[in-house]
Design a protein around this ligand. Sequence first.
Ligand code: ACO
Length: 427
Amino acid sequence: MTGNAKLVAGGKDHDYPVLAGSVGPDVIDIRKLYGQTGMFTYDPGFTSTASCESGLTYIDGDQGILLHRGYPIDQLAEQSNFMEVSYLLLNGELPSQAELEKFSYTITRHTMLHEQLATFYRGFRRDAHPMAIMCGVVGALSAFYHDSTDITDPRQRMIASHRLIAKMPTIAAMAYKYSVGQPFLYPDNKLSYTGNFLRMTFGVPAEDYVVDPVVEAAMDKIFILHADHEQNASTSTVRLAGSSGANPFACIAAGIACLWGPAHGGANEAALNMLREIGHPDRIPEYIARAKNKDDPFRLMGFGHRVYKNYDPRAKVMQKTANEVLDKLGVTDPIFDVARELEQIALKDEYFVSKKLYPNVDFYSGVILSAIGFPTTMFTVLFALARTVGWVAQWNEMISDPEQKIGRPRQLYTGPTQRDYVPVGDR
Ligand code: ACO
């Protein structure tokens, strides 16, 4: 505690403790506010509300800083790998070599799906959005893995977490295979987490699939960049669903549903569609003008962020990775020119400068994923795959928190006051 905050309400003074984190803004602990004043706070969109205590991820949006367990995202993206970052998020510390090997071994041994799940896929239409399939299949996992749904048992929680991290690439790849009418591929334990995912997605049983190390490294970086992001909408959804004691598979399915929206995980799909629609750098001014026009609902997708009021640190790594992948694959996609030019123009434009609208992680990720060969409908699926580790780490943290309660926001009611029912014939 660092002191008190005074509030005058109903003609009386009230003191509320001010709590300090290890870094970042202090928070006013208002848990007793309603009991003492009979008032709630009003904060739609939770712009000023800390919903939990967490030791996982820290963001300084003004400085453009993102730390996982204290480690800067650019260092992790450049020097680490997704398995190590997953271990870090789940366990709090970087693993030793032996711990990393054991963790990778455990994840690798959980990548297969219950065979009955293949039948489950076949119930979907072939043109189903892969996010719809992912939501359904991940929710259904609770019907297949009963032995890891007791959330009061830390061991079962960890097994469920490992299962989710391990099976997500298989689920995502199968969603893709189903949409293109190709056979499902089983995981190959010789490959890395990311290499295995690429093979299950782009390989076919008739041929050997050789993993391109540049693509594998780029994909792994994309996974790292999406692994966790503090109390964003989907993570808060996972926590809220989990706060009632729901099983982890159901909670992650809830997170996937939330991530699907274009203001959140769907933004990279929307950003790439927008770049394609612009098509040529000459048309950029027209779209900039539309983004600024209050009467036009159009927004520059991949720009702006609730928390970052500076360059999203993930966007910088993403831009560099886009260059590497396009060079290696020899892809000359005009949308990359559009993206670069659009970024330059927007960064100098008074509207974007004054509102502190910078490129976010989604601005370049679509360009890379498209160059690798993913259809746009798979973009959010890849985000969900990577974010699963963040979701399960946050969910585990919440369940282990002695202060954890069911999440139950209050409201400012503005509907009718009490009135008497009138029978239908008398209305
Ligand atoms: N293009 C044009 N104007 C924008 C944009 C944009 N991309 N983003 C924000 N603005 C404007 C708003 O119109 C608003 O203007 P006003 O103050 O004159 O009304 C102002 O900037 C503030 O915007 P808000 O919507 O109030 O900011 P909020 O924090 O609620 O929204 C969000 C953040 C949803 C990300 C928003 O910037 C947006 O819609 N961006 C495009 C979608 C996108 O890229 N989402 C990905 C987010 S990152 C992620 O989920 C991984």
